[in-house]
Design a protein around this ligand. Structure first.
Ligand code: 3HC
Ligand code: NAI
Length: 695
């Protein structure tokens, strides 16, 4: 008998308690156990009802995702759900915590459902590139109607108990203990003479315009196929008898399980959880953080302060002058007003944060009791060094001194202090209170508990934190610089920025690189180029990208950049002046233009990304391929369903990719030098994912 399901009698009710921590996923032993315990209950003299509850923090979080891709083991989940539903006994589910995916499908196989108010239900299979595969697409529409069922399946959103009750999914919402509530409810049903109520026997729901729903869902999915596929499965619930509908669902589920998209998304699910799990941090106690200082309240400093305030930390913001301090306060207040508007905080919390948790100063003395200070001043080494010298002088012993620099050498910044062990890079992404990524940049002398505190802060701010080593641009910006350069090469060779954006948006990026540049502001890159040229003593150079800026066009903020935004950001159209500038530059350098297909654009852009990513892993700047994947996913809009650049590379095949890179290298040997790690993997027939598994 499986020990994953505890069996107990309570009068004429058999109680089946699922015990599979942490979240009662429906692994093989649980499925087997449910079958056996249903048999046991039916054979148990005097039992009239079965109550299914979950032990610990959830009813059931769904199928065991670690089993996907392995040989299937009987009984399958659809069989378990059918078995429960077909029981001659009255079967009741009492739900608490989450009932997701297969968890909700088990509950829908029960005849009645009760839940505590904090319970949440959902069918999040789309987030794994799948559709519900244990009857959810057939049963849920019978309970809620097609529209509601499609909303739940195609968005994968979690629905609270109250809303689920209004939809008809939950019969009773009751405060208290799930087991006790369930027992009382089952008893009441028995006493009232309630009958079995299999959802599969309910009438089929009403049809909708399936093709329109399919097309709309496909368009919303930005290249992701599974949400639209759930429309087809739900269509079967209306058009076919229940059992045939189940077969349609099964077929689509199995096809999707073999798809590259589900491989990418399952990789994303586990990598998102593994990325902050570093073996060296096990057992290390982070330093305690209650009060943080932020230096510089521009775009980044204000965003970092906002994120910290929203997580309950006290923040002291230091600016250069009272006026700059006022402007910084205004930015933070604006961000917080947005959080209030979106319901992230109450009016009372908003008031308390502004009146009690935030302090704006211009004198470093106010930072003497900060537990951590994050510097976000101008990106200039000399300015940063001056700030760190002052911090070293005023901050208490043990305070962590962090820099939000995008590119500068954290070791060099640390070297001006008497405590380099307390210095770390905490690289946030803009807007810092919205973007999920945090690169925790570990310098040569950073103490291990300082690293642990960086990760702890990330957790507190609800970020996905990635460990990065010191190099120009760390993980993300270093790789970005390379794939942007590859895009620029293609422009010189004949692809337009618009061709490139279009191809990459089709690939799944929310925005192509030139649209992103317009959003970020073209003046930023322009300033960097001018500074680098001045440092190198190069005068009089002006590329087409400089000329766009020289005309006063900095992108969205000025209404024009690569695109013209006169009709709004979404209705962008190419700025006609740009192609003239590009043509002139191609002519000047005698570039031979040729057409690029969308596939060629994507292959080359991705090859540059993967090659640099492999160098980043090979040099130890990123620990594992999955660290790069998560950096690109959470900081750079990389489509989740491709899993990240290195998962994508595994899926398309490393030998082909290497041969592409070797082909491009014929034109530019230095830029396209293949990453040694990529060559090694190809030579040994291995994948990046094998390195993830090796730890
Ligand atoms: N299978 C296997 N492991 C799972 C799991 C699942 N369904 N759900 C969570 N886990 C694991 C996590 O990987 C994590 O493991 P780790 O500690 O080793 O990293 C651990 O459980 C705890 O998970 P979280 O860290 O995510 O804990 P949270 O409390 O933040 O979140 C949760 C809990 C809301 C349940 C979240 O884990 C989640 O969303 N899980 C996935 C739910 C899901 O997608 N279910 C559908 C599965 S597909 C399906 O059911 C197919 C069916 O239709 C046939
Ligand atoms: P910003 O120009 O918007 O803000 C800088 C702020 O620092 C200004 O308000 C300025 O008054 C203040 N400041 C300058 N010197 C100071 C000093 N000595 N003492 C106190 N305050 C001082 O710049 P932004 O964009 O916020 O960037 C700040 C840092 O964050 C830079 O290192 C940048 O590379 C990094 N960064 C920027 C990102 C972005 O997308 N803008 C993303 C991630 C990091």
């Amino acid at each position: 008998m499986s020990d994953k399901i505890a069996y107990a009698r309570n009068g004429d009710i058999a109680v089946l308690t699922i015990q599979n921590p942490p979240v009662n996923a429906l692994g093989h032993a649980v499925r087997q156990g449910l079958m056996e315990r249903m048999d046991q209950a039916e054979a148990d003299n005097g039992v009239r009802a079965v109550l299914i509850v979950g032990d610990g923090r959830a009813f059931i979080a769904g199928a065991d995702i670690t089993e996907f891709g392995k040989p299937p083991m009987s009984p399958s989940l659809p069989d378990v759900v059918d078995r429960i539903e077909a029981s001659p006994l009255l079967v009741v589910a009492s739900m608490h915590g989450v009932s997701l995916g297969g968890g909700l499908e088990v509950a829908l196989g029960c005849h009645y459902r009760i839940a505590v108010p904090s319970a949440r239900i959902g069918l999040p299979e789309v987030h794994l590139g799948l559709i519900p595969g244990a009857g959810g697409t057939q049963r849920l529409p019978r309970v809620t109607g097609v529209e509601v069922a499609l909303d739940i399946m195609t968005t994968g959103r979690q629905v609270g108990a109250k809303e689920a009750a209004a939809m008809g999914v939950i019969d009773v919402v009751q405060d208290g203990d799930a087991l006790e509530n369930g027992l009382a409810y089952a008893e009441k049903l028995l006493t009232g003479g309630a009958k079995r109520r299999p959802v599969s026997e309910m009438p089929a729901p009403t049809a909708i315009d399936w093709d329109a729903a399919y097309d709309a869902t496909l368009a919303r999915g930005r290249g992701q196929i599974s949400p639209a596929q759930s429309v087809r499965a739900v269509q079967a619930s209306v058009e076919k008898p229940f059992n045939e509908g189940l077969l349609v669902e099964r077929q689509i589920f199995m096809d999707l399980l073999k798809s590259d998209q589900s491989k990418g998304m399952i990789h994303s699910f586990f990598s998102e959880r593994a990325v902050g799990n570093l073996p060296e941090l096990k057992g290390i106690t982070p330093r305690s953080i209650d009060h943080i200082g932020v230096i510089g309240g521009g775009t980044m400093g204000a965003g970092i302060a906002t994120a910290a305030l929203l997580s309950g930390l006290r923040v002291t913001m230091l600016e250069m002058t009272a006026d700059a301090g006022e402007a910084a306060y205004g930015r933070i207040a604006g961000n917080l007003a947005g959080a209030l508007k979106r319901g992230k905080i109450t009016a009372e919390q908003h008031e308390t944060i502004l009146s009690q948790a935030l302090n704006v100063i211009t004198d470093y003395a106010g930072l003497s009791d900060a537990d951590m200070v994050i510097e976000a001043v101008f990106e200039e080494m000399s300015v940063k060094k001056r700030v760190f010298i002052k911090l070293d002088a005023v901050c208490q012993q043990g305070a962590i001194l962090a820099t939000n620099t995008s590119y500068l050498d954290v070791n060099e910044i640390a070297s001006v202090t008497s405590r380099p062990q307390d210095v770390i890079g905490l690289h946030f992404f803009s807007p810092a209170h919205v973007m999920k990524l945090l690169e925790v940049v570990v310098a040569d002398k950073t103490a291990i508990d300082v690293v642990a505190t960086g990760f702890e802060l990330g957790k507190r701010l609800k970020k996905v934190s990635v460990r990065a080593g010191v190099c120009d641009g760390f993980i993300g910006n270093r790789i970005l610089a390379t794939y942007r350069a590859a895009a620029d090469q293609m422009v010189m060779e004949g692809a337009s920025p618009y061709d490139i954006d279009k191809a990459l948006e089709k690939f799944g990026f929310a925005m192509g690189p030139y649209a992103v540049a317009d959003l970020a502001g073209l003046d930023i890159g322009w300033a960097v180029r001018k500074r680098k040229r001045a440092e190198a003593g190069i005068e009089g150079v002006s590329t087409y990208a400089d000329k766009i800026c020289e005309a006063g066009n900095f992108g969205q903020k000025t209404g024009k950049g690569y695109y013209d935004y006169a009709a709004g950001a979404k209705a962008r159209v190419p700025n006609p002046e740009v192609m003239d500038l590009i043509e002139a530059e191609r002519a000047e350098f005698g570039s031979v233009s040729h057409d690029f297909t969308e596939t060629q654009i994507v292959r080359r852009y991705m090859a540059a990304m993967v090659n640099e990513a492999a160098k980043v892993v090979g040099e130890g700047i990123a620990r594992r391929p999955l660290d790069v994947d998560m950096t690109l996913l959470f900081g750079y809009g990389f489509p989740r369903y491709h899993g990240g650049p290195l998962k994508w590379a595994d899926i398309v095949g490393l030998p082909d990719l290497l041969s592409d890179i070797e082909g491009y290298a014929k034109q530019d040997v230095a830029f396209w030098a293949p990453a040694p790690l990529l060559k090694e993997l190809v030579a040994s027939g291995k994948t990046f994912d094998e390195l993830n598994k090796a730890g």
